[in-house]
Design a binder for this molecule. Structure first.
Ligand SMILES: [Zn+2]
Length: 307
């Protein structure tokens, strides 16, 4: 929605020191002030001074005008435009060797590894192998998980997940919303114990509780897709000592984390080019959304001229 972008700096304001005109940059939505209550407490990703969803930062100081009307921009970025004005904290320098189309999709990976803190040798399940899911799979692989089970309705998406690091594959049945069959298969793969981590990446509200059904006692269930609807939980699913988290952008610190992702990408460990299934021009925006809704692309990217 214009909140993941990359481009070249055309102008800088007074006081800007971290980038120069001509630099290639990634955009991030963690626009921090470093001095608020949340920032001083190490939770810059939800900076209460600047961050859109935490209240105070609701007003976009870099107004975008269309037909003389001010329009809201997703996370103060507005990357679905040929040019945009953003705060200095919203940019991180990238290497010229990286494709803009790949740079534009780094944020999903950030939320995956930062929030989960997956341990070496652990077992994980990823429910849903779209753009978010594929990045969670990569996060699990890079942090050293030994078992990465993927669950999806589509044979094709399961197959695609292998390239990103999936080790075991479960084709789910659309009718099995309580995950009775999936749970059984996961148990067989984990000596009856259940998994250390399970990630829900489908954005299907009915599956909001599904990761809880797959983790072991004291396991961690992560709702990574951003479900905002009401979900019914059977509290028994939390037994015993299971943890359910709903991370918002992970505890992502882009100025620190993005250079790491850049490094992993240049080493060939973090696959980004492979995530982009389709690119579009801005004129094809409608088709891009149609394809996204139809599940035709894990990640579609809008490319502008001169890329
Ligand atoms: Zn702050």
């Amino acid at each position: 929605m214009g909140h993941e972008g990359a481009g070249v700096v055309e102008q800088i304001g007074t006081g800007v020191t971290s980038v120069q005109v001509g630099d290639a940059v990634l955009l991030n939505r963690t626009i921090t002030c470093e001095t608020s209550y949340t920032c001083s407490d190490g939770r810059q990703h939800i900076c209460e001074e600047n961050f859109l969803v935490t209240g105070k930062g609701g007003g976009d100081t870099c107004a975008t005008i269309h037909d003389e009307l001010q329009i809201g921009r997703s996370f103060h970025l507005g990357a679905m435009a040929e040019a945009t004005v953003v705060k200095e904290a919203a940019v991180v320098k990238m290497t010229k060797a990286m494709l803009f189309s790949s740079a534009a999709i780094m944020t999903g990976f950030g939320s995956a590894i930062d929030a989960a803190e997956v341990k070496v040798g652990s077992s994980c399940a990823v429910i849903g192998c779209g753009g978010v899911g594929l990045n969670v799979i990569q996060g699990c692989r890079i942090t050293g998980a030994s078992k990465i089970i993927v669950v999806d309705l589509s044979e094709e998406r399961l197959k695609q997940a292998e390239k990103f690091g999936a080790t075991h594959f479960i084709k789910a049945d659309k009718e099995d919303l309580d995950f009775v069959e999936v749970r059984q298969k996961v148990k067989e793969l984990t000596d009856g114990r259940g998994l250390d981590y399970a990630f829900e990446c489908t954005a299907v509200p009915a599956l909001g509780a599904a990761p809880l059904a797959l983790v072991r006692n004291s396991g961690v269930a992560v709702q990574a897709s951003g479900i905002e609807q009401k979900i019914d939980f059977d509290c028994e699913l939390f037994e015993w000592n299971k943890i359910y988290i709903n991370p918002l952008y992970g505890p992502c610190k882009p100025q620190k984390d993005f250079p790491l992702f850049r490094e992993l990408y240049s080493q060939g460990k973090l696959l980004l080019d492979e995530l982009v299934r389709q690119t579009y021009s801005l004129d094809q925006l409608g088709k891009a959304f149609e394809d996204l809704l139809a599940g035709k692309n894990a990640k579609g990217v809008i490319l502008f001229e001169d890329n």
